[in-house]
Design a protein around this ligand. Sequence first.
Ligand code: FMN
Length: 450
Amino acid sequence: MNAAGLSLWARARAIGCRRRNESLTGTGQETEPMEDAMRRAARAPLNASALELMRRFPTAFDLRARASRRMPRFAFEYMDGGAGADGGVKRNWEALDAVELAPRYGRVVAPPPSDCVLFGRCFSAPLGVSPIGGPGTAFPGAEIYLARAAQAARVPYTLGVLSGVDVERAAELAPDVLWFQLYRFANDGHRIGLDLTRRAQAAGVHALVLTIDTPIRTIRPREVKAGIVNPFKLTMRLRLDAARSPWWVASLLKNGIPRFASLAPYMKPSASLEEAAAFIRREQGGAFTWDEIAKYRDTWKGPLVLKGVLHPADAERAVAMGVDGLFVTNHGGRQIDALPASIDTLPAIRAAVGSRATLIFDSGVRSGVDVARAIACGADAAFAGKSFLWSLGALGAAGPAHLINVYKDDLRAVMGQTGCQSVEELRLLARRHPGAWTAADYEVPLASGA
Ligand SMILES: Cc1cc2nc3c(=O)[nH]c(=O)nc-3n(C[C@H](O)[C@H](O)[C@H](O)COP(=O)(O)O)c2cc1C
């Protein structure tokens, strides 16, 4: 898309948000337009404890450092580790760091608003929480704290199917911002997968996210070395490790042993943790095929999103079959080391789909600057996984709300610094992106079935 096309697209989206007279509860009945309420909330001064957190933990890496000291080793290694030697994790960070944005001065006088529209719904910022399986392993009660913080800040929260609260409960906690992620449960004609889809629809989930980038199970050596075994077993080593972290144990006592709550109706009642893990191994696996995606497209009536797209041809194919959005992600570097940094694939994917799809970027986001970089490179929003877990490990229930504040403040600072008066204008910034994949890089005959 050329600059004029981008500008029109950006303006149409901005107007979409401003015209929509949605309320903060999403009912459309209240008198205060949602955009005004979000602006007011954004301008409201932080209270004393929020300010104190800003002073002590001004960046995501400050949270990471504290989490590494406070968590049981297995929990930190689970949330922080990548595939192989963490090469994919590092590549994501380095590729983001390499993206430069050229500012335009002499324009903005007030801190710009950060609101945006995703799939027809207004959010307070173009950032969100990526799906996380087994987040209770990282921090017991994680889903509850993440859902509450996202709802309060009005940013999307993607509940992973392998979570400790079920989709119905999550919809109570985050009624306006809930997205739901599914892995492939293909047995008996996708009995479980399609039933979960219907339950998500009935619960009022906004967008359904199908993860397509886990065709096989891969190994994360840091987890293995920390004693996490597959199939999962609550070994004596893990128990002793947990006992060394009173902080983590307190949250466990408060929230209970994490279960796979959305899947409970399909398991035998009172299945132990080990039995639940065995059930998942039996029932879940592989990545959705295009035919299967078509089936979910027919069943799911709202925005459908594919998570794990790194190739423009896959992006085009998805859009052609009616998929509304794509997560451009390499799973945070957790699958294999050799995948490209997802930021490097984003411009080519945007060029391929134009304005026909909403693009969510994730993998490597650690700051509002990274969010701005992703938008400048073609994303509609940037989500994060690991850093939200660091926030929980460092600050417990208060962590996610604090991290959202950090990201939002940082994003608005970048917008002000670069002369952007809206999120849409970030797309129009001049940028240098040395690692970007070009169309020519993708020119290799695909294997059969492409
Ligand atoms: C502990 C952990 C568990 C994850 N579980 C899932 C999952 O169940 N489903 C999924 O689609 N992605 C999962 N992801 C990947 C995230 O959704 C996201 O793509 C990734 O974390 C983004 O990169 P970042 O961690 O650098 O922000 C997980 C990530 C982490 C860190």
